[in-house]
Design a protein around this ligand. Structure first.
Ligand SMILES: Nc1ncnc2c1ncn2[C@@H]1O[C@H](COP(=O)(O)OP(=O)(O)OP(=O)(O)O)[C@@H](O)[C@H]1O
Ligand SMILES: [Mg+2]
Length: 259
């Protein structure tokens, strides 16, 4: 691994993406640092979700998507022919706008990915119990749910469901957690809880979050990437981007002049 790829978790070069004829990402060059929280910000339709979904190659479920350029994650070009999409998606987990637990028990939700990725029966019950406990502990749900492991995950409060969606990534030992507006379905309390959790996970995982909420980006992220019409306009430390943006278009956006 080169020094560059060790410092940078995600490294894109000349990344272009088309949905059919429409170009949604234009020459995106960026370096997301290991262990930090990086926010993707910019007006609706600027390509935040598209960029996020490049990092686990989930855009490719649309047959009309074409991608060019390079994305290196932890030293490996994820477009190399020997890359396994299954391994990539274990290493780069994703959380969506609406919590989407599977309508089965809390316990089985945590083990859902593990059961898919590893042959059934290769873990002892006590090992599985440990994994569930550890994962719920890590997201701060253990105390509330330890007596409700058999409850249906979809019966939990939304905030708990979203935390569970983060917890179920953890048994797969991800390096990166992608979050696309993870608080948009939550109230103020739920939002605060998820933000606190992100902060606790910071350092152990590289977190990339899409947010429309400028105050949130400012509160939680170490660095911000401002996008406009498919281009990456500015990537800077959060404080710098908000207090002293280099590009006038960044300044206009954070002042609320458009978007
Ligand atoms: N599956 C798709 N097929 C065709 N075009 C798409 C698809 N997904 C997104 N687009 C287009 O690509 C552009 C970028 O969309 P994207 O969803 O990445 O933006 P975004 O910044 O996440 O927007 P928002 O803030 O509204 O979520 C938009 O013009 C959108 O209409
Ligand atoms: Mg989006």
């Amino acid at each position: 691994m080169t020094t560059e790829s060790m410092q940078y978790c995600i490294h894109t070069r000349n990344l272009n993406l088309w949905y059919g004829e429409f170009q949604a990402l234009k020459n995106v060059n960026t370096d997301v640092k290991n262990g930090l929280i990086t926010s993707l910000i910019g007006p609706s339709g600027c390509g935040k979700t598209t960029l996020l979904r490049c990092f686990n190659r989930i855009n490719e479920r649309f047959t009309y998507v074409r991608t060019e350029g390079k994305i290196v994650i932890l030293g490996k070009n994820i477009y190399d022919p020997d890359v396994s999409l299954i391994e990539l998606r274990k290493s780069v987990g994703m959380v969506f706008q609406r919590p989407n637990p599977v309508p089965i028990s809390v316990y089985e939700n945590i083990l859902f990915g593990l059961r898919i990725h590893h042959p059934f029966g290769s873990f002892k019950k006590s090992e599985l119990d440990d994994i569930v406990e550890k994962s719920l502990m890590e997201v701060g749900l253990w105390k509330d749910l330890k007596d409700r492991l058999k409850a249906k995950a979809t019966s939990l409060q939304l905030e708990q469901q979203q935390k569970l969606c983060i917890a179920r990534l953890l048994p797969l030992k991800p390096d990166v957690i992608l979050m696309d507006e993870p608080c948009s379905a939550l109230d103020i309390e739920g939002t605060r809880a998820i933000e606190e959790l992100m902060y606790q996970l910071r350092g152990r995982y590289t977190i990339v979050i899409v947010t429309h909420n400028m105050a949130q980006a400012r509160r939680i992220s170490d660095e911000c990437i401002f996008m406009l019409l498919g281009e990456m306009i500015e990537h800077a430390r959060t404080e710098e981007l908000f207090l002293n943006p280099r590009n006038p278009r960044t300044g206009e956006y954070i002042e609320g002049r458009y978007g």
